[in-house]
Ligand binder design. Structure first.
Ligand SMILES: [Zn+2]
Length: 74
């Protein structure tokens, strides 16, 4: 039933994770479908492959932030 709601009204996405400044993961409040933003800013289904990519992106992103902070402290 919830999928029917989504097909009529569209998904009601809520952000579940900030991967980087531009990449986020979302989950539909109605049908629980998970999506993510790809490099072009399009919403795509969050498959296990994209989950792995996002984990990598997040690691790179947080490392960069740490580096920046270190530099600014010094
Ligand atoms: Zn939905």
């Amino acid at each position: 039933m919830k999928q029917i709601y989504c097909s009529i009204f569209g998904h009601d996405y809520a952000i579940t994770k900030h991967v980087t400044l531009h990449v986020k993961e979302y989950r539909c409040k109605q049908c629980k479908e998970q999506v993510t933003t790809n490099g072009n800013g399009d919403l795509i289904r969050l498959t296990s492959k994209y989950k792995e990519i996002n984990i990598e992106l997040e690691n790179i992103h947080t490392k960069r932030i740490r580096k920046k902070r270190k530099v600014s402290i010094v």
